[in-house]
Design a protein around this ligand. Sequence first.
Ligand SMILES: CCC[C@@H]1OCC(CO)=C1C(=O)O
Length: 199
Amino acid sequence: MPQGPDLRQDRAVRTRAEILRCAARLFAERGYQQTGIKDVAEQVGMTKGAVYFHFPNKQALAVAVVEALYATWPRTLEAVRAKGLSPLDTVIEMFNEATSAFLNDPIMQAGTRLQNERDVIDVELPLPYVDWTTLISSLLREAAAQGQLAEDVDPEVAARVAVAAFFGAQHISNNLYDRADFAERWREVRDLLFPALRA
Ligand SMILES: CCC[C@@H]1OCC(CO)=C1C(=O)O
């Protein structure tokens, strides 16, 4: 039974996604320089040629992992919005989602490590933190417009402080304890910062 174009297309999409997941696991565990296409091919159980069919080189894999990471947030925001939370509680829930991703998602773990290693990666990666700060700023402006923020709180300042505190806590937890205490460190940031923002 000849496979129709759709079936072939589906298979290629699934194969590409599997290669990306395996590469993410290796990038997260070993870092960019210690990961080779050969390692990815072995991890996914394919030939190097099969990997090269989807990704021309390791740089393309790194870009694809970081782009896959950033592509998740609009979908996450949509899912969080569907919960009907207030803008301020949507901000908290987005950080809750990011905390869970840091603890469980190889794409998040790999994207973060690649961004931290960006200076030794010989391909241009999107700037880190920019999208998050823009997203949190937008939600906090909504909160301000709805009277949810304390009078003296500037949404842009609050967004920069929240993003810096969250990702700083993550960086410290990851470096000191392999993120073992990160959920608690995030709760400390949440419980100290957000009451100070609320009207
Ligand atoms: C240098 C870490 C990069 C940072 O960590 C994960 C993540 C989430 O999207 C980031 C971002 O740049 O937005």
